[in-house]
Design a binder for this molecule. Structure first.
Ligand code: ARG
Length: 468
């Protein structure tokens, strides 16, 4: 029997029932629904609705229901209940230690404030998990940076070799992106951590609920301020999805870099067999599937964000059943982001870097042409002119198939007589790198300092979590 059977004389059409029911996906809120119900029992005891011994019986039964059904989603779904809220209530009433007393639990509460509360509890837990996974992915990037602290690779703009950089500098670039993602997740958590319970269906509960105490019992920072907003607000889901989507975008860019680096044309990186697959037809293939999936998932996660924004866009206040469609995209996006974040460290740990090949590529492509221009600047040539002269040297090198440092001094001097023997030391790869030791640069000292800062920040964020 549905929760609303009093007013109805006809049963639901089976097609409508299937269409309307959300148990097949919202069973994932079982733990949170029980958590919320336990707090609600205390709230209505304080409001004089329940005796304390009644609350105790209800709370014991709810804990047993969680123990019995948690982790058995297939059987929960078979129950045929409309949603997780009606499932828990029906189980409570069926419980031998509670029986008809269970019918009192929903006093002053609506599924509208109930589901908003459950979902905030769920999002809070999930954001904490994503944050921990993100920190682990960052730690893997730091370990890679440490292993490859002095490995030189070509840096690219327009995917053309631009200037040499350290692979550790590359890894720390992604560390920074993930750091911003972590702060966005933490920020989303802060706004999610408010308690809608007590808002009733839309107008506020008619019982004298101590909402501050209720919020505290559930670990929320405060009660929500407006009942209409509280039951229809899904900003906390949208924000979490936006943070998840941007994080997925970053992971996708990282994956793309590495996919390029593993190709035969680059061949800077070889991936472990633990995260690659072969081809059913071509015996030689070793495909970067893990990275391609990380790159691919962003579509789904971004899609979830768009889907929910679109759903909410035209909704009149307050609760509308449309909001039931928030869960599938949220669950899917969080699950997929979690998978990406957990696979990434396995990929990074197993990477083998061909340092000689990276160095050769960094030396090729005239990526020290800027250093030649800077050399001329040091001889008093204005930069715009120096740029032109260095460009001519590149053209000469190209015509002969020679790197700048391999061109004879006499030929360089034909381009400009101010070029002297000391040019070769100044356009050597190491010299160019050593000049970039300002904060944020790719010089070895700068990168060592950045790594130390990143490790310090990481240690203090782990420290904060463990309460140290
Ligand atoms: N299953 C619903 C949801 O996920 C619960 C709230 C239902 N409220 C209602 N008035 N029908 O949104």
């Amino acid at each position: 029997m549905p929760l609303w059977s009093g007013r109805f004389s006809e049963a639901s059409d089976p097609l409508f029932k299937r269409f309307n029911d959300s148990l097949r996906f919202d069973h994932r809120l079982l733990k949170q629904d029980i958590q919320g119900s336990i707090a609600w029992a205390a709230a209505i005891e304080r409001a004089g609705v329940l005796e304390s011994h009644e609350r105790e019986r209800i709370v014991i039964a709810l804990a047993e229901i969680e123990k019995r059904w948690g982790g058995d989603s297939a059987r929960i779904v078979e129950s045929g209940a409309e949603d997780v809220h009606s499932f828990v209530e029906a189980e409570l009433i069926r419980h031998p230690g509670v029986g008809d007393l269970g019918k009192k639990l929903h006093t002053g509460r609506s599924r509208n404030d109930q589901v908003a509360t459950d979902l905030r509890l769920w999002v809070r837990d999930e954001l904490d998990s994503r944050l921990a996974e993100l920190r682990a992915a960052q730690a893997a990037l730091l370990a890679l940076a440490e292993r490859e602290i002095e490995t030189i690779i070509p840096g690219y703009t327009h995917l053309q070799r631009a200037q040499p950089i350290l692979l550790s500098h590359w890894a720390l670039a992604y560390f920074e992106m993930l750091d911003r993602d972590a702060s966005r997740l933490a920020d989303a958590r802060r706004r999610a951590n408010l308690c809608p319970l007590g808002s009733g269906a839309l107008a506020g509960s008619a019982y004298p609920i101590d909402r501050a105490a209720l919020a505290r019992d559930l670990g929320f920072d405060a009660p929500t301020a407006n009942s209409l907003d509280a039951v229809s607000d899904r900003d906390f889901v949208v924000e979490s999805l936006a943070a998840a989507a941007l994080c997925a975008v970053h992971l996708s860019r990282l994956a793309e870099d590495l996919i390029l680096y593993t190709s035969g044309e680059f061949a800077f990186v070889e991936l472990s067999e633990r995260v690659t697959s072969g081809s059913s037809l071509m015996p030689q293939k070793k495909n970067p599937d893990a990275l391609e999936l990380i790159r691919g998932k962003v579509g789904r996660i971004l899609g979830a964000h768009t889907a929910l924004c679109t759903t909410i866009k035209g909704l009149p206040l307050a609760y509308n059943k449309d909001l039931q469609a928030d869960k599938a995209p949220l669950f899917d996006a969080m699950d997929n982001l979690s998978r990406c974040l957990r696979v990434l460290p396995v990929v990074l740990e197993g990477m083998k870097i061909d340092r000689a090949r990276c160095l050769a590529a960094a030396k090729g492509g005239y990526s020290n042409a800027t250093d030649l221009a800077d050399y001329l600047v040091s001889k008093g040539v204005p930069f715009r002119e120096a740029h032109e002269l260095a460009g001519k040297a590149v053209r000469l090198g190209l015509s002969r198939g020679q790197a700048l440092e391999d061109l004879p001094l006499a030929d360089l001097q034909k381009i400009d007589p101010r070029i002297q023997q000391d040019v070769f030391a100044r356009i050597a790869l190491e010299a160019g790198m050593a000049k970039r030791n300002l904060m944020g640069g790719t010089g070895t000292e700068a990168v060592r300092a950045a790594l130390a800062r990143a490790k310090g920040a990481e240690a203090s964020s782990v420290g904060r979590k463990s309460g140290a």
